[in-house]
Ligand binder design. Structure first.
Ligand SMILES: [Zn+2]
Ligand SMILES: [Zn+2]
Length: 243
């Protein structure tokens, strides 16, 4: 045990001295690079969603258990949870994962997501990652949602695919996001023939960021059509918009 710890310390010192790798998020020199490409300060700096939150959408609320917006306009995704707001260090870590292609960050984010979505994951029959269009998957080399999903616990089912290449939701104004993803997904029929049915199942959709929730709702519509009873969503971050 002591020898193993000494070997790790030595390996970290050698890698730090020779290569001086920087944290993928804050760019400070990593003191323990073999532990991962994001520094401990960044992981510790991630701000969680302030409590209490709305039981439905997961946004911070200072009123009743379900916020007014969710009461007036219930979504197909009946419960959504995220580690925190899409801002600051959390945004930096997600960007590093997606745009610097550091999929080794996914397990660290998944650990925080397990904590934020514990009550959702407990009820889940399956986890369904929000898919990328094949063209974007080829360009990035991995789907960040699938990478995070693998570390959440319940079995992962790649049940849906994206049939239309769409611009990223974060690049669009809010009023165009619904139209951008409407009809962009469908069931992966060939795969579903070999898997247990979705009839009456509870599914947790997983993605990196939820903006207006339009992408998650478009995926939920496909799942509901396949007979899924409840669709929840667990994302690394959420853009909080107050009504
Ligand atoms: Zn850092
Ligand atoms: Zn709400």
């Amino acid at each position: 045990m002591i020898l193993a710890r000494m070997a790790t310390t030595c390996a970290n010192a050698v890698v730090s001295a020779l290569l001086a790798p920087a944290c993928a998020s804050c760019h400070a020199v990593l003191h323990s690079p073999i532990d991962g490409c994001v520094c401990r300060n960044c992981w510790g700096d991630i701000r969680r969603m302030p409590l209490p939150i709305c039981e439905a959408c997961g946004d911070p609320t200072d009123g009743p258990p379900v916020c007014e917006r969710c009461l007036l306009h219930p979504r197909l995704v009946s419960r959504a949870r995220a580690i925190g707001e899409y801002d600051g260090t959390l945004r930096g870590v997600i960007h590093a994962m997606k745009y610097q292609r550091r999929f080794s960050i996914a397990p660290g984010l998944a650990e925080l997501m397990r904590d934020a979505g514990r009550d959702l994951l407990r009820r889940a029959d399956y986890i369904v990652p929000v898919p990328l269009h094949p063209r974007r998957l080829r360009a990035r080399g991995f789907n960040q949602a699938s990478e995070m999903a693998r570390h959440l616990g319940p079995p992962v089912m790649e049940a849906i695919c994206r049939t239309r290449h769409t611009p990223p939701q974060v690049d669009l104004p809010a009023d165009r996001r619904h139209a951008n993803v409407h009809g962009a997904f469908r069931r992966r029929r060939r795969l579903l023939r070999t898997l247990p049915g979705l009839d009456g199942a509870t599914i947790v959709l997983v993605d990196d960021v939820s903006t207006t929730g339009s992408t998650l709702d478009a995926c939920a519509a496909v799942l509901k059509e396949a007979g899924v009873e409840d669709v929840y969503a667990l994302t690394a971050a959420r853009v909080v918009t107050r009504p």
